[in-house]
Design a binder for this molecule. Structure first.
Ligand code: AKG
Length: 269
């Protein structure tokens, strides 16, 4: 992370990193996402089921090692968590050099991956606004100390196709990671004052602190919005996936065997 990126991350709570992935990487990841979407839609209502501590009920796909909930109906999202286990094509994002340079610049303790989700958002869907407020969001707090920025949870979103505002852009209210009061505006990202959509190109990425107010504006297009989200934080923080909230990371034995030591360490608390 260079000085300008660090300054902007501190000032706004997010940065955009253009061309984080090259075209062959984008193609490979996009194919893996499409493949997993098809698989998850075919299984999402089947047993075995798991009720998340946060509410939603998930299908646990034991064969491919992921959790999924939602649907492809208008207005809905399909969530697929722990996608690492399902397809080795995602491995290029595990200990990805440029990503890790950013993460080490903003998480002071040894960082690990605590969240992995594919968000597949169909026409009419929006992601409700959440985050913000230094006081309420202590778990995901944003801090600055004598050593610089120190985040408890950050996410990198990778784009495998272009996304405009019309197509359900990820959106933020810049600077809200430093607010002190609860947000009085509810959870509709289309209506929240100060909310801006971030229009992205395939291969770009967004890095943000989970303490920033963020969400996804309504997808008003026929393009299904598919993004890859990977969360990081200090190593003592357990899984922040919704299906496995605060449990140890769910990485299957074949996945661990496939990875080298540095990749495995990213999932070891
Ligand atoms: O991309 C979206 O629609 C919302 C994403 C989000 O809320 C998150 O990654 O925490």
């Amino acid at each position: 992370m260079n000085d300008i990126e660090r300054y902007e991350f501190d000032r706004q709570g997010y940065i955009i990193i253009e061309q984080m992935l090259n075209p062959p990487e984008v193609d490979s990841l996009a194919t893996a996402v499409d493949n997993l979407e098809t698989h998850a839609l075919a299984h999402v209502n089947q047993p075995p089921r798991k009720k998340s501590a946060w509410g939603p009920e998930y299908h646990h796909n034991v064969d491919r090692g992921y959790y999924t909930q939602g649907s492809n109906e208008a207005g809905r999202t399909l969530m697929i968590e722990d996608f690492w286990n399902a397809d080795a094509r995602f491995d290029l994002l595990v200990n990805h050099a440029r990503t890790m340079a950013c993460i080490h610049a903003i998480v002071q303790d040894r960082p690990t991956v605590n969240n992995s989700e594919l968000r597949i958002r169909y026409n009419g869907n929006q992601s409700g606004t959440h985050g913000g407020t230094r006081m309420a969001g202590r778990k995901y707090r944003y801090e600055f100390n004598q050593n610089g920025i120190d985040c408890m949870m950050v996410r990198m979103i990778y784009f495998v196709h272009d996304v405009t505002n019309e197509q359900g852009a990820f959106c933020v209210v810049p600077g809200t990671h430093k607010t002190n009061l609860p947000c009085p505006y509810g959870h509709n990202p289309d209506e929240e004052p100060g909310m801006i959509g971030l229009e992205m190109k395939a291969g770009d990425a967004i890095l943000f602190t989970e303490n920033l107010r963020h969400g996804g504006v309504t997808n008003r297009s026929d393009q299904v919005r598919k993004t890859i989200h990977v969360g990081y934080g200090p190593h003592w923080m357990m899984s922040q996936n919704i299906a496995t909230m605060d449990e140890p990371p769910y990485i299957t034995e074949p996945t661990m065997k496939r990875w080298d030591e540095a990749q495995r360490a990213l999932f070891q608390a």
